[in-house]
Write a protein that binds this ligand. Structure first.
Ligand code: NAD
Length: 404
């Protein structure tokens, strides 16, 4: 079962619990628009590209653009659908969309990457914009790429608001706090869950899979703000590093920022295991911050943690969560746990439309103000309907979107 069928099954399940008709569900599952095209660079290299505009009942489509060799239509559809649920689950007046290009950006030089990014915005210029569809970065895309896209869009349309994309560099209208927002949102989600379940005083060991933007910010913010949490394992694609006495999140983040691989980090206190062993660590909390389908049928029995934080999109497959949840593993669901990025994207968009720049403290406070009620509502619905937190989050979101 791929990420799309997982998302669709979860939506059907949540929809049936809400009493939605099959027709209402089928209508929701069908994206409003699918843009599929090919980008050809001047040197003749060709890349399939997508933008799925899933649902705009609550506001303009919102969602990232992924550059990855495994991007395909189904993946972008799944991610667009999850965005519609995510924006609704955290109460934003936005819909859901997602984009992608099937490319390994490491195979391109800087000029090719710029050409590809500008071509992507060029192709979509008629269909996106501050009040239609506001894309953002995702895996392997960043402020530099978004700045090229904004510039291309502005050149073509004359738009001067910079509100056509979020995740821009600060000089081009980006928001303070955006880089760290998804990781920060993960910390807020875990801390709020622990508070609501009376576990704030617990000392916790934590393993983080994926030490890119999201995983590294989660770990460094947790290290700074949560003295009772101890990072004991962290992985990238090359290795899982383990130190029961505690890893230094800031050092690991700096190491990754220098473009290095964990397999090349040598320290007497740290054991390096194969990357796949990260999920099998005997920890209290497993934070999944790499890619989708990290925990699936074939490896779910290796998971020992009783608490999983889904910072990637769809990192626990449906089959895996259906096994783990009844066995007592609590999964803090992606559409809440990783919504920090889209919340601060929304705040960036608001700043652009108002021509303002807010302080990082104001942005962080508003991030928490959006996220905490959503976590509380999810936990409340889960208790009332006796369902998993993921199903509860999907139910709350679907209820918002399907409201006439
Ligand atoms: P990123 O590319 O910066 O980082 C991903 C990291 O995961 C990379 O360092 C990569 O080496 C590592 N990785 C990939 N496969 C792995 C594996 N099997 N084991 C260990 N590490 C592995 O991307 P990111 O922005 O940090 O995003 C991570 C995830 O979070 C993605 O699923 C993304 O869709 C999701 N997400 C990101 C944001 C955001 O704001 N960046 C928001 C919501 C969700």
């Amino acid at each position: 079962m791929n990420m799309l069928s997982t998302a669709q099954s979860l939506i059907s399940r949540a929809g049936h619990r809400l009493g939605l008709s099959d027709q209402a569900l089928a209508e929701f599952l069908q994206p409003n628009a699918e843009h599929q095209f090919e980008i050809e660079l001047k040197n003749g290299k060709k890349f399939p590209a997508y933008r799925i505009q899933h649902n705009n009942h609550l506001g303009p489509y919102k969602g990232g653009i992924r550059f990855h060799p495994e991007v395909d239509l189904d993946e972008v559809r799944a991610l667009a659908t999850l965005m519609s649920l995510k924006t609704a689950a955290v109460g934003l007046p936005l819909g859901g969309g997602k984009g992608g290009v099937t490319v390994d950006p490491r195979s391109l030089d800087a000029a090719e990457l710029e050409e590809l990014s500008r071509a992507y915005a060029h192709h979509l210029a008629l269909h996106i914009g501050p009040h239609k569809d506001v894309p953002a970065p995702d895996v392997n895309t960043n402020a530099r790429i978004i700045d090229w896209m904004v510039d291309e869009f502005a050149r073509l349309t004359g738009d001067t608001t910079s509100a056509s994309f979020t995740g821009k560099s600060l000089g081009a209208g980006g928001s303070l706090g955006r880089d760290a927002a998804t990781g920060r949102g993960g910390v807020i989600t875990l801390a709020e869950y622990l508070r609501l379940t009376g576990q704030s005083d617990r000392q916790l060991t934590v393993a983080v899979q994926g030490f890119g933007n999201v995983g590294a910010f989660f770990a460094t913010i947790a290290a700074a703000e949560q003295p009772l949490w101890r990072l004991v394992a962290a992985s990238d694609t090359s290795a899982a590093l383990v130190d029961p006495a505690g890893l230094d999140a800031v050092e690991l983040a700096q190491f990754k920022q220098a473009g290095r691989r964990f397999a090349d980090l040598h320290s007497p206190a740290i054991t390096a295991l194969p990357a796949a062993d990260l999920i099998a660590q005997d920890v209290d909390v497993l934070v999944l911050a790499a890619l989708g389908d990290a925990v699936i049928e074939s490896n779910l029995r290796r998971v020992k943690a009783k608490l999983i934080v889904e910072l990637a999109n769809g990192p626990v497959s449906l089959i895996a969560s259906d096994h783990l949840t009844p066995a007592g593993t609590v999964i803090l669901p992606d559409i809440i746990a990783n919504a920090g990025g889209v919340i601060v994207s929304y705040l960036e968009w608001q700043q652009n439309l108002a021509g303002e720049h807010w302080s990082e403290a104001r942005v962080n406070a508003q991030l928490a103000d959006h996220l905490i009620p959503a976590i509380d509502a999810t936990i409340k619905t889960a208790a009332k309907a006796k369902v998993s937190l993921k199903e509860a989050a999907f139910m709350n979101a679907l209820q918002q979107i399907t409201r006439p």
